[in-house]
Design a protein around this ligand. Sequence first.
Ligand code: M6R
Length: 602
Amino acid sequence: MCGIVGYLGAKEKKEILLDGLKELEYRGYDSAGIAVIEGVNLNSFKAVGKLENLVRKAKDFKADSFGVAIGHTRWATHGKPTELNAHPHLGKKSYVVHNGIIENYQELKKELISEGVEFLSQTDTEVIVHLFEKYNSELNEPFEAFKKTIERLDGAYATLLITKDAPDTIFFAKHGSPMLIGFDGDDVYFASSDTAIIGKADKVYYLEDGEYGYAKSGEVKLFNSKGEKSFTTKPLDGDKLSAQKDGYRFFMEKEIYEQSRVIVDTMMGRVLDSEVTLEEVNESFFEGIDSIKICACGTSYHSALATSYLFERMAKIRCDVEIASEFRYKEPLLDKSTLFITISQSGETADTLEALKMAKRAGLKSLTICNVDNSSIVRESDVALLTRAGIEKGVASTKAFATQTMLLWILAIYIAQLRGTLDRETIQKEIEAMRHSPTVLKVTDELHSKIHRLSKRYLHGHGFFFIGRDIFYPLALEGALKLKEISYLHAEGYPAGEMKHGPIALADSNLFTIALMPKTLLYDKIKSNVEELSARDATILAISPEPFDLADDFIQTKQAIHPMLEFFEMMVITQLLALEISIRLGNDVDMPRNLAKSVTVE
Ligand code: M6R
């Protein structure tokens, strides 16, 4: 959600900023902007829409003497995506970029307006630059003014500020939104995610909440509530090549195809010949645990819901799943014998992070399933299990979901082993099924072209119902989410058995039902539910290993030895269906409207 890049040094700044913003663009693409100060020269450019508009606007600009520069790509929270609302926001002689939400901005804005300050934008961010300039003109000391400014801010922020009054300095602060500092000799970089500075900086420091400071040529001073703080950097490595499209039309498409490969990485060293193991965690960590609570949002929530069936069925441990934004305000009853699990692709989702902090305050042990090492949620958790999906760029999550689900399945079997709830033979069968997963995740040309052909029949209608039972119900939720977020068509996921309790009233030939009909789990039950819909003239696309006469369209899956293999195969089909429908509708699949990759505001 929004991306920030900053740079201090003598290299060409426009390219550094635009390059970094390109890497972050998938996080927010309502507008973008850059600002550069070189000595007495201030320059800024902003453009609405995708980054390419900003690139065009700034094409003749060059800034290659020593100076400071900040850039931003925006996902609008306050104010429409207009140029005036785009960051950086300008005061009289200072610029600011910000990620997060300043909750008390209205009160601060009122105060500043009463003192004669004029606001140009509708954003919460603009108060930062005006407060800073007010304090700086009183104190005549930019760092003290910056410090005083951030002391007045409530809410979440990662912010960078540059000013003509200190043209060799970048001021920074982090509280609740991610930010890191990169180093390359005397050059200093800032970014909201390390992908923006991979290949530029070789060392990095991930800021903690409440830290702030300034960077000046050759020195970075860091402070927190206790005063000045020393810090240690980590080497920054990363492979930018892995985030390129490799000939696919969209990152999402590439990421769907990658699933059969990355799932192998997820299993590596964890799924052994006759047992599963997790080297990141000690067996004693699970002592005293008699239930599990999982908190997550969106797709990550769906992987939690699907695997909650496995925790109860295999490990015989109670497992509740909650949407993080609901959990936060329900005054939940938390017990120290509950293991608190969070799931997050990005590791930065504000609601999930806050839920985790609440659980920690209540004394619960915490474990996260995450795709991004060093992310806020990873750092906050007692134990982190990384999904190893590689960078996921498509806003619609695919390979992250597959790897989260696999890792949770492994965890369920691991806990089952510890609790002795499965016999050797069953564990062996689970392992065999896990090892077979890469095969069912492979996208064949035949399957993809079939879905491409079918997709043209699903571009209209008054809605989609994805239905399934048991673990296929969360998969139905996920299939519907995938379709709605990139096609903008209305889609719902439903437990098949619930249709007759209301939603079946919508059934007619313009209601498209995507029926997940696995053979290994409750086949006859779901079949009856689909027959009920067919009797009301709903258009049925059945996905099953068993031919189904009443289906208008049919995608045949393989006969499988385990429900999870059917799950993964059907997952790929629903992802490809969403992709192909959305491409036919002419949508930008990787950057769907109104969304952002990482949701760092609540
Ligand atoms: O990074 P997270 O997994 O915590 O993100 C949670 C959701 O925002 C995310 O899964 C979202 O629903 C995706 N756009 C789904 O495709």
